[in-house]
Ligand binder design. Sequence first.
Ligand code: AIR
Ligand code: ASP
Length: 264
Amino acid sequence: MRLSSFRLPRITQNMLWGRKMSESAGKVLSEGKTKIVRETKDRNIVLLEFKDSITALDGEKKDVLKGKSVVNSQISAHFFKLLAKKGVPTHFVEFVEPNMMKVKKLKMLPVEIVCRNIAAGHLVKNFPVKEGTPLNPPVVEFYLKDDARHDPMLNEDHFVILGIASRDEVKKIKELTLKTNKILSEYLKSKNLVLVDFKIEVGRGEDGKIYVGDEINGDSMRIWEAGTNKILDKDVYRKGASMEDVMNTYIQLYQKLLGKTPPI
Ligand code: AIR
Ligand code: ASP
C-alpha cells in the first residue's frame, strides 16, 4: 500500500486532530492581514480564524506574535456577546476554540467606521486638536478600505456615488456605531478603562439588514487605563515597542476584560 493512500478511520482522525482541525478544514473564502474566512457546512455561516500576525501602516509593518490570535479572538467574542445582549445586530454566532468565531455570512461594505471619544491618532494628525481632548459629541468618520489609496475618508455622498450604501443605510450605520460606542464605553468604564476610539466594519445579512461584523479587540480600538492613560491596545506596536511589550499589552487587556489569564 502506498503511504499516500493510507487513511485513518474518521473517528481516529478527530481524536488526533481535535475540533480545531475539523472546524478549520473548510474551504478558504478569503484571507486578510489578520484573519482567514472559511466556509462551513451551513452556507449562511462562515468561520473567522484569527491569525498571529500584526500589521500597521497599511500592511507595510508586519510581525508575528505567537498566541495573539487566541487572545484577540476571545476578546472579540466577549465584546460581540455584550453587544448582542444589549440589542446590537452583530454577525456573532459562537466562539470556537482556540482562535475562531462562527459568524453569520455578511456582504461586507468596503468601509471602516471610526468613532472617537477622545482626540488621538489621525484626528490629531489631520486636524488642529490636541491629543487627549474630550470630544463632545463623539466624532463618527467613514473611510474607504483601500490600502493602495491609504483609506480615503468618505462622506454620505461618496457612499451613494460609489454605490456602497444608500443615505438611509448610512444613517442606520451611524446610529449603530453610536449605540455600540455607548455600550462599549460604559462597559470599559466599569473596568476602569477609557474607550478613546474604535473602528467597526459592517455588512448586509441575507435579510438585507446591516450587522456589525469583523472583529472588535485591541487591534481595532484605543483603550487607556483610567487615571494613568497607559495604552492597552495596538498603539504600543504602532509606536515601535518591542514584540514582548506588544504581546504583554494584549495579555493585560485580556486579563482586565475577562478577569483571567489567556490560555496560551
Ligand atoms: N483602526 C482604524 N483602522 C484600522 C483600525 N484598527 C482603529 C484604530 C483606532 C481607530 O480606528 O485602532 O482605534 C482610529 O484610528 P486612526 O488611526 O484613524 O486614529
Ligand atoms: N490601516 C492601518 C493598517 O495598516 C491601520 C492600523 O494601523 O491599524 O493596518
